[in-house]
Design a protein around this ligand. Structure first.
Ligand code: SF4
Ligand code: SF4
Ligand code: SF4
Length: 422
């Protein structure tokens, strides 16, 4: 499990009783408190220790589901929910709850909607930084990132600004982000970059989120180049989750879910272990053929199947608070919406634990049913619907053929490493 992208090494030691003793600071970072239960998975030469399900490390706050754009990739194309914005009362309830937590989780402002449409978001970021939250992130389409808001975000102490860019030319960008113009967004981002304090590690860091589709995958290298022009340090690519049938042909993962390169653990699939290697005109055809050879791929010790049946929201110890104050396990369960599994339309029903108006963050997080659900997710004992996709149960997230209680996650593309958020 990881909490940061920085490579760190620590040593644990076996004591005379044969127990593994983990350094206290590492144990605290990973929520290894007395009584915590930890799942262990054996790899080729290692044991992977998952985060205990009791550790809350990150809160997603959705300021609003309103937006000034109308992107073809947007989840909102698959729902009928009214627009709404988080009230001051809900934020104060979150804030008061956060004060009681030690250590404080990190906070990410985002969800479905544009955070800068809400006129309180920047003030809330400043409040959380003053409270001592070590990492506050926000995602934006950057159309409203004018000079004033840029100054306010920098002064608020924001740590990470994610910006969604799906094309590197005005035409390809506007083809996805209806209502926005790339030159205007780039002007905003270049100004934001210059307004940050000079140095090797300017803050906030900038990250670029890219949604890959047939129509724009050729733009990815150009978007990375563009991002480097305003000193983006992180790039996060997701596939598209179609909310409507006209987006079905845009998917780039129709064979992925059954591709043996991404299957781990099947004894019938031959294994191919590859070293790191230059990727250039000499190697690219051979590597492409190897990756599509029908073998399970291990690249420099990392198995490509490691992202299957893993919910990063739960593995990451996160909880999401929707604009109306309801807490959900993830973005996918914050709102009822339609999506597609293969050619089948499915309705994902909202699943909430309770409202911040009635219960504290900790009380919601330690709700016994929610704990049991997170334990099921760690074990991922759901029916393999993304692989099978064959019956009418997969038209929703309410039941599966393994008789799991609702909601079921076998239909979820996030848990298969296909859809991801930064
Ligand atoms: S910017 Fe985000 S919330 Fe707004 S329409 Fe686009 S995808 Fe949806
Ligand atoms: S598996 Fe999918 S639906 Fe289930 S909690 Fe994780 S992200 Fe949400
Ligand atoms: S519920 Fe079972 S049979 Fe139906 S799609 Fe999922 S795995 Fe297949």
């Amino acid at each position: 499990m990881t909490v940061s992208t920085k490579p760190t090494t620590a040593w644990a030691q076996v004591n005379e009783q044969g127990d593994l003793v983990i350094p206290r600071d590492v144990a605290m970072r990973y929520g290894l408190n007395p009584g915590a239960k930890v799942r262990l998975d054996e790899g080729t030469n290692f044991v992977r220790m998952h985060r205990p399900i009791t550790q809350l490390t990150k809160i997603y706050i959705e300021p609003t589901v309103s937006c000034n754009l109308d992107c073809i990739t947007c989840f909102r194309n698959g729902w009928n929910e009214p627009n709404g914005r988080m009230s001051d009362v809900s934020f104060e309830q979150i804030f008061e709850s956060l004060k009681t937590l030690d250590p404080l989780p990190s906070v990410y402002f985002g969800g479905i909607g544009e955070p800068l449409v809400h006129n309180r978001t920047i003030e809330w970021i400043a409040r959380l930084k003053q409270l001592g939250v070590s990492k506050v992130e926000m995602i934006t389409n950057a159309t409203l990132l004018d000079e004033t808001r840029s100054r306010q975000l920098i002064d608020a102490g924001l740590d990470m600004l994610w910006v969604s860019i799906d094309g590197a030319t005005p035409e390809s960008y506007a083809d996805v982000r209806l209502g926005a113009e790339l030159p205007h967004v780039l002007q905003n981002l270049r100004r934001f970059d210059k307004m940050r304090k000079a140095g090797h590690f300017p803050k906030p860091e900038i990250g670029v989120a890219f949604v890959a589709m047939k129509r724009n995958i050729d733009q990815l290298p150009k978007v990375i180049k563009l991002g480097r022009s305003f000193r983006a340090k992180h790039f996060s690519v997701s596939n598209v989750q179609p909310a409507s049938s006209d987006m079905l042909d845009e998917r780039l993962y129709m064979h992925t879910l059954m591709d043996s390169a991404y299957l781990d653990g099947s004894k019938n699939v031959p294994r191919l272990s590859l070293p790191k290697m230059d990727i250039n005109e000499i190697t690219r055809d051979a590597l492409f053929a190897a990756f599509t050879s029908g073998c399970n791929i291990n690249l420099a010790g990392q198995n490509w199947g490691g992202a299957s049946d893993v919910c990063n929201f739960v593995e990451g110890g996160t909880m999401s608070i929707a604009w109306d104050g309801y807490a959900a396990p993830c973005w996918a369960l914050m709102h009822t919406h339609t999506s597609f599994l293969k050619e089948k339309q499915l309705t994902n029903q909202r699943h909430v634990i309770g409202n911040i108006a009635e219960r504290s963050l900790l009380d919601l997080w330690l709700d016994p049913e929610y704990l049991a659900y997170r334990e099921r997710l760690h074990n991922f004992g759901f029916a393999p619907c993304t692989f099978c996709g064959g019956c009418e149960l997969a038209e929703g997230n309410q039941e599966d053929c393994f008789s799991n209680p609702s909601p079921v996650c076998g239909v979820c593309l996030w848990a298969q490493g296909v859809i991801q958020c930064p």
